[in-house]
Every structure is written in C-alpha cells, then in structure tokens.
Design a protein around this ligand. Structure first.
Ligand code: C2E
Ligand code: MG
Ligand code: MG
Length: 709
C-alpha cells in the first residue's frame, strides 16, 4: 500500500513540473520562432540570427530560473520519498523475517523454541513491551504460558489473566477475532488490565490462536506507551497466531502419536515379560531358556570350539518348607535363592526358573569345564548360607546336575534332560552336592525313575505283600521268631527289596512300606497268638528304613499305637536298623534307640560289619542285639570272614548283646556258629522267606517240626 502511494506521489510531482515549464517556455519559444521565420522570408538572414538569439535568451533564462526553483522542491520531495522508501524497506525486511518465522512455526513439531523467537519479533512489530503466548488446556479449562517475552522484568498474574480472558470470552470458540482493548474503553477492562499487568497499560491486543474453528490459545501483547498498533500489525499477528495454532495442533497430534507409540512399546514389553518371564522371581521362564539353549546348540554344531553347559538345580526339601511354613515362605525362599545366585553369574549366563523350585542356568562361551565347577561350588556355598524367612532362620541346600555340550546330542532338550538326571543322581548321593552327567548315570536314573513310578502304583493297587523268614535259636534249634520282609509281586515280574528299597528311600515312599510290613506282621502275630500257635516270647523282626529312623522321635509314636492295637507284648517286636544308618550321627542315633527301647521293643543293629563302626560307637548305641551281615556268614570259607564272625560273636557277648547270624546256608555254617556260641541263626539252610500261610503250615503244624533239622 505504502509503495503504491509513493509511486502516485512521484508521478504527480513530475507532471506538475512539466506543466510549469510548458507555460513559461513555450510562448517565448513561439514568439522567437515566429519573428525568425518572418525575417528569413524577407531574406534578412542576419536578422534571423538576432531574432533567434533574442527569442532563445529568455527561454534559456526561464529554463535556468525554473531549474533552480524546481531543483529545491525536487530535492525535498525526493528526500521525503527516500525516507518513506527506507521505512518501506525496513518493513519489507521485517516482513521477510516474519514470513520465515511464520513458516518455521508451522513446520516445527516442538514449537516452543520457535514461539520464543516469535514473541520477540511480535514485540518489535508492535513496538510493545510484553508478548505472551498462552495455550488453552482442555482438562483444566485454563490458559498456561508457553512462551513469554518482556522488554523489562514483569510479573504477570496468570490467574487474573485467565479470569480476564474468560470475561472477554477468548476461550470460547465463537470469539475467534483479534481484539484491541484500550485503556479507558471500559471500567471493568481497565481494572483487569491493572490486575494482570500490575499497572495501567494503554492497550492490550488479544489474538486467538485458531485452528479449524477451534481456539487453541491466545497471543497477548501490550505496550506501556501509547505507541502503535494498527490494523496491518494486528493482521500480521493474526497470521502468526494461526500458524502457531497449526503448530500447536501438530505438536499435540505428534505428542499423541508419541504417547501411543510409547504405550504400545510398553504393552509389548509387558507382554514379552509375561510370555517369557516368571512372575515370582522375574527370571526368564522355560520358553525363554529353551530359545537360548536352541541358539547355543546351533552355534555349538557350527563351531566345535564353542563350549556351553546346562545346569539344573532345585532346593532340597523344598516341599517340607512349603508344607510346614506355608507357600508364602516357600516363595520367599525361592526369591532369596534367586538373588543369591544371580550375584554369582555373568550377564551372558541365562538363568531361568522352569518349575516350582527348579532352576536352570545356561553357561555359554566357557573356556574349560573347570569354569563350571568353580561357579557351581560358589553357588552351593552361597545358597546354603542361613536365610531369614518370615522371622525364621532357614538353611536351604541345592542339589545340582550338569550336562556338558557334546557332539552326540541331537536335540537341545536332551541336554536339559541329562542335567536333570545328573541332579537326581546328586540328590540320591547326598543332598547339597552336584553331579556331572555321564551315560551310565542315565541308564541307572532311568531305571530308578521307572521303579519309582511303578512303586507308587504298587502301593496304590496292593501289589506288596509280606513274607516271613525263621530266626532259629541255635542252642535248642527251636523257632524263636520271624523276620518280616516285604515282597513286590507285580505283573511285570517280581522285584526284590535290594532294588526297590533304595529307590523308595530316595523318593520318600519307604516310610509307607515300613508301616505296611509292620502292620501286616503285627496282625499276623496277633492271629498266630490268638490261634495258640506261638507264645508270648515269640518275636517278629521288622526292618526300619534309614530315612524313617533318621526322623525325629515323635514319628515313632505310631509304633507304640500299633503294639497296643494288636495287643502284643512290646518285647515281641524287634526293630532292625542298619549299622550304616545308625552310624551317620551316633549322637542322634543313640537317643532314638533310647526312645524306641523306652517303648519296650528290642532294637537290633542289622547288617553289622558293613558299616565300619567303632567299638565306642557300638557301646554308645546301647542296642539289644547284633545281626552279623550275611556276606560274612555265607562266605565263611574265607578265613578272614571266620575271624570277623568270631570277633563279632565275642564282642556281642562282651557287650551283653544277643547275636543273630544271617546267611546260614549250610550245615557247616550252622556248626561253625554253634561252636562259637552264636545265639541265633537265619538263612536258607532253615528256610527262605515264605508267605504267612506257608510259614504257618511249615513251622506250626504238628506234622512238621517247628525247626528243620
Ligand atoms: P535284611 O533286613 O538284612 O534281610 C535279610 C535279607 O537277606 C533278605 O533279603 C533275605 O531274603 C536275605 N537272606 C536271608 N537268608 C539268606 C541266605 O541264607 N542267603 C542269602 N543269599 N540271602 C539270605 P530280602 O528279603 O531280599 O531283603 C533285602 C533287604 O531289604 C533286607 O535286608 C532289608 O534291609 C530290606 N527290606 C526287606 N523288607 C523290608 C521292609 O519291609 N522294610 C525295609 N525298610 N527294608 C526291608
Ligand atoms: Mg533285616
Ligand atoms: Mg540284614
């Protein structure tokens, strides 16, 4: 607009100047030309020259005068025009800058920085003191400052400004036009302007930031002096406000998209955590572990120098913790064990929980087998340290099995299986130990597992029975009692106690077997007594397994109850406990023997001679009787065995204990034992263990003497 006005002005001035020149010079030139033409016509060419000179002189003078006159006016006009031109250039430069800012606002997804610059430029544009850009918050329905610039320090009362904007209706989508509020225009406005800006201001410009008919905020500008603002500046500010609104909208959309992406990423993380981790310990689960194992397996197949190992472990007696202290305590134990073991591992090791108390570790990139041993012994030492669980101090050991990578494996799961087998083996050997897998181990363990599952069925379906083997008084050759022994007659063939009793010991089934045999035996004894076949000095020997014997004293109460239930004399029940289990902890063993003896039963040290017990230990046990292990008696041909048997018999006499020789197979054995004064004998020479009906028929019928000769 300014430029058009300026062009009009210059054109007008030039036209005026030429008109003046035409009025003065044209008549003079015309007169001089007319006189000269007349003189030429008459042939007086000298006069022509004179007339022309006379005519041109005033013209020249006129020109000179006019040029002096005109020159000064032109200079003034041109200076004015120049000033205007300069101001126009400034405006133009400012506009160009503004334009750049406007474009950059809308292009920027984080507009706050750009808006900061814009506030400064708006202040320059309006020659103002303060510019605020406020954003409207839907949830609180109030404006917050997103950009602010002031020429001098200012404290804006944002609450009052919010009230003011509400009064003006700026937050309403209907009030979308810029507004200039001048001091003195309205008393209420003046008061608000005072409140907000801390003093009187001549004018305040409020330009809503509108996008698609929605007010997203407002630009507030004011000046302390009565300087400009005009329609052009207001219009420019409106454009800026629109761009800012576009930018804010984009920024909001961008922010929403970012939030959405973040939420999705979080959800994905959560799902991943749930799918591949154990919720209690936070450790990876079986799927995660198998994935890692698959990768290691693949790498091992490609690179024969790549060494890895699978470690399988669980907490010993964890069931006991769960049953006695509750599941919460069990969970606590698992978490504490997890934390302790984590500390011993490298970031490259994969440590996972794959079942109740079952954990696995995948060691990758090891340089030698010994590395595994070092870590495992550290783990075991750490695991076994006392831990406080629900106010109680517990000691939990872990049994560990290891499978090392090997070319014969054709599937990764086989390593896991073998590590599990090795762990089972470690547990059988001694709790809290570790075992490295080898092939023989697999065969044994597989057999054990098979026996265990079959045994459970056997107990359930009544496949067990009791047989009786006579124990003979060697001095009178009379039947003194029987040893009750368990038998397992299964469809798939008989199985002998030497094979299944050790398995039953390990898997905790032996207690049930002991009870079964004891109840059968006592009920049988009661029946024989009721029939008058045996007297009250006749006894039955029943075996008590080592794990059963190693329990605390109260666990024997059922024995007293059984004695009472079947109405036999306690002395008629003999309990056989192997020397090996008694010698494990002599102190505990002697107190248990004492307890059992207090019930009135007789206690025998079974399989004596195999447990390397010292004389002191034997004396402390205070048992009633010794049973010489059959391996010595059956092989009496060896002189060494004769010496052993001789000394055991003499030892028992010295200690005031009775003595039973097992494994009497021949008349020579009988003779030898009798010559040494051994009190009792048991063996195939007298009879193999037989079922109760046969025992009754053989040993209690009138036709057959009680003791074979
Ligand atoms: P044990 O208590 O030492 O029982 C004696 C074992 O020697 C019996 O084997 C018996 O049949 C065998 N035997 C007896 N005389 C001779 C002989 O002259 N020659 C030979 N070669 N063997 C003879 P069995 O019945 O196979 O029992 C083996 C072991 O199983 C028992 O040894 C005992 O430790 C355990 N056992 C058997 N029944 C039970 C039971 O109900 N509970 C527990 N805890 N263990 C039992
Ligand atoms: Mg026995
Ligand atoms: Mg024995």
């Amino acid at each position: 607009m300014k430029r058009a006005r300026f062009q009009l002005k210059v054109t007008h001035m030039l036209i005026r100047r030429h008109l003046v020149a035409a009025w003065v010079l044209l008549p003079a030139a015309a007169v001089s030309a007319g006189v000269s033409i007349t003189a030429a016509w008459s042939g007086d060419f000298r006069s022509v020259a004179v007339y022309l000179a006379a005519g041109m002189l005033p013209v020249m003078c006129g020109f000179a005068f006019l040029s002096v006159l005109l020159h000064r006016r032109t200079r003034d006009t041109l200076k004015l025009a120049g000033d205007e031109l300069f101001s126009l250039r400034k405006d133009r430069e400012q506009l160009i800058k503004f334009n750049a800012s406007i474009i950059s606002i809308a292009e920027n997804l984080h507009p706050s920085k750009v808006l900061q610059r814009v506030t400064q430029e708006l202040i320059d544009l309006h020659s103002a003191d303060l510019c605020l850009i406020l954003q409207f918050q839907e949830h609180s329905r109030s404006f917050v400052t997103i950009s602010q610039y002031a020429r001098s320090k200012r404290d804006i009362d944002l609450d009052s400004l919010n009230v003011f904007l509400r009064v003006l209706g700026v937050s309403d989508d209907s009030a979308l036009k810029p507004r200039i509020i001048k001091q003195g225009s309205n008393e209420t406005n003046d008061r608000y302007m005072d409140n907000v800006f801390g003093g009187a201001v001549p004018w305040v410009l409020m330009v809503p930031m509108v996008y698609q008919g929605r007010s997203l905020g407002v630009i507030v500008i004011h000046s302390d002096n009565d300087g400009p603002t005009d329609i052009l500046r207001t219009e420019l500010t409106r454009v800026v406000a629109h761009q800012a609104a576009v930018a804010l909208n984009h920024a909001q959309l961008f922010q929403k998209a970012q939030d959405e992406i973040r939420k999705r990423a979080e959800t994905e993380d959560e799902l991943y955590q749930i799918a591949f981790h154990d919720s209690l310990t936070g450790l990876p689960n079986r799927s995660f572990f198998l994935d890692r194992l698959n990768r290691a397996f693949g790498r091992g197949k490609r690179d024969e120098d790549f060494f890895y190992a699978v470690v399988y472990f669980d907490c010993d007696n964890f069931k006991y913790i769960n049953d006695s202290l509750g599941h919460q305590a069990g969970d606590e134990v698992l978490c504490q064990i997890t934390d302790r073991i984590k500390e011993e591992l490298r970031p490259s090791d994969t440590f996972a929980r794959i079942g109740g108390d079952e954990f696995v570790i995948l060691f990758e990139g090891l340089t030698k087998t010994e590395d595994v041993y070092f870590v495992l012994s550290r783990i075991q030492k750490k695991a076994v340290l006392p831990m406080e669980v629900m106010g109680k101090e517990l000691v939990v050991s872990v049994s560990i099995g290891v499978a090392l990578c090997h070319s014969h494996y054709s599937h990764p799961q086989e390593l896991l299986r073998d590590a599990d087998i090795a762990m089972y083996r470690a547990k059988m050997r001694s709790k809290g130990s570790f075992e490295i897998f080898d092939k023989d181990m697999r065969a044994t363990i597989v057999r054990h597992m098979e026996v265990e599952s079959r045994l459970r069925r056997a107990l359930e379906f009544g496949e067990l029975s009791t047989v009786y083997q006579p124990i003979v008084d060697l001095s009178t050759e009379e039947l003194a009692g029987f040893e009750a022994l368990v038998r397992w007659n299964s469809e798939s063939g008989d199985m002998y106690p030497d094979e299944f009793i050790p398995v039953a010991e390990k898997c905790g089934l032996v207690g049930r077997i002991d009870r079964f045999t004891m109840m059968n035996a006592l009920s049988q004894l009661q029946s024989w007594m009721n029939q008058g076949l045996v007297g009250d000095r006749f006894f039955l020997s029943v075996n008590l397994s080592s794990s059963h014997f190693e329990q605390k004293a109260p666990s024997f109460e059922w024995i007293a109850e059984a004695i009472e239930q079947f109405g036999i004399r306690p002395r008629q029940l003999h309990l056989e406990i192997t020397e090996t289990s008694m010698m494990k902890n002599i102190h505990e063993a002697s107190s248990r023997v004492k307890y059992l003896k207090s019930l009135g039963v007789e206690v025998k040290v079974d399989d004596f001679g195999t447990g390397y017990s010292s004389l002191t230990y034997l004396a402390r046990l205070n048992a009633d009787s010794i049973k010489i292990d059959k391996s010595f008696v059956m092989n009496l041909a060896h002189e060494g065995n004769q010496a052993i048997v001789r000394s055991i018999i003499s030892l028992s006499k010295d200690m005031g204990m009775s003595c039973v020789a097992e494994g009497v197979e021949t008349a020579e054995h009988l003779e030898f034992l009798r010559s040494l004064g051994c009190q009792y004998g048991q063996g195939y020479f007298f009879s193999k263990p037989v079922p109760p009906a046969q025992a009754q028929l053989t040993f209690f019928s009138a036709k057959h003497p009680p003791v074979p000769g």
